[in-house]
Design a protein around this ligand. Structure first.
Ligand SMILES: Nc1ncnc2c1ncn2[C@@H]1O[C@H](COP(=O)(O)OP(=O)(O)OP(=O)(O)O)[C@@H](O)[C@H]1O
Ligand SMILES: [Mg+2]
Length: 253
């Protein structure tokens, strides 16, 4: 079993501070420079690594668009459930992704197509409801500046939760500007950047190691991890665990 040394964890006082400041404890938010770069892939890899600890982990994809019930197994929600050994029955889908919309559009547009909107306060309280869990992993939607409604974007969501962010990005041509722009948007709202994960791209590939090195020069001391391509969700990437280790619930052990 993997254990996370206490030296890598936040001090126990964080819990008390959480209550005072409204910060969401023991949560990491997985966001990205854009859509289809590997957020769900990284979520599944992290779930695989965390399954070897004794932690009770809650994996969420609160807002999902382009959701087709007939293809639920292949949806992000279905993939996150499968990574934890669950079937995508309606109750499980509701527990992971209560805001699901059919149109493959940004959340504000997809919700509007169904005469709905995403209530930002309820979205936050859903993410914060961590009773019975030691750690919550949240997958955002699209990139950091995707609109959720008429006023809020994904970065507003992360900032309101007070959660640290893992930024997933690719190794395609153009990724440097996209990644640094996304990191800047997170920093502008004082979101803690827990790490950047460069998930190797198939299209327009730029050498993975070189991409990581350039990002390291601009984003130091933020840890930057390069993920070479591997087949299927839940591939073993033990190098991911140290990125979330500082945020695991320090009240355990
Ligand atoms: N390092 C990798 N190795 C192998 N396949 C990968 C890797 N990274 C991403 N992929 C694949 O690329 C595709 C897009 O990745 P993924 O679905 O994780 O992106 P996403 O950012 O979650 O997209 P969305 O914005 O739709 O939520 C998937 O088929 C995924 O399995
Ligand atoms: Mg996804």
């Amino acid at each position: 079993m993997t254990t996370v040394p206490m030296s890598q964890r936040r001090d126990a006082g964080r819990d008390a501070r959480s209550a005072e400041t409204g910060r969401t404890k023991s949560t990491v938010f997985v966001t990205a420079s854009g859509t289809e770069v590997g957020k769900t892939f990284v979520m599944c890899a992290l779930l695989e690594e965390l399954s070897r600890t004794s932690l009770r982990v809650r994996a969420l994809k609160p807002v999902a668009t382009g959701f087709d019930a007939a293809e639920r197994k292949a949806s992000d929600t279905g993939r996150l459930l499968a990574a934890q050994g669950f079937e995508p029955a309606t109750a499980e889908l509701d527990a992971v992704s209560p805001w699901r919309f059919a149109a493959p559009l940004s959340p504000d547009m997809a919700a509007a197509r169904e005469g709905k909107h995403i209530p930002f306060d309820r979205l936050l309280s859903f993410c914060r409801a961590s009773d019975g869990y030691d750690f919550t992993l949240i997958e955002g939607i699209g990139g950091v500046m995707v609109p959720l409604d008429g006023r809020h974007t994904v970065v507003d969501w992360i900032a309101a939760l007070g959660a640290p962010a893992l930024l997933v990005t690719g190794s395609y041509l153009g990724t440097l500007s996209h990644t640094l722009t996304a990191a800047g948007a997170l920093r502008a709202q004082s979101v803690e950047l827990a790490g950047v994960i460069v998930s190797e791209s198939l299209e327009q590939p730029v050498p993975l190691a070189e991409t990581r090195e350039v990002l390291e020069r601009f984003l130091a001391p933020t840890p930057i991890i390069a993920l070479p391509r591997r087949r299927g969700d839940g591939a073993a990437y033990p190098e991911l665990l140290p990125l979330v280790a500082p945020y695991l619930d320090a009240t355990r052990e």
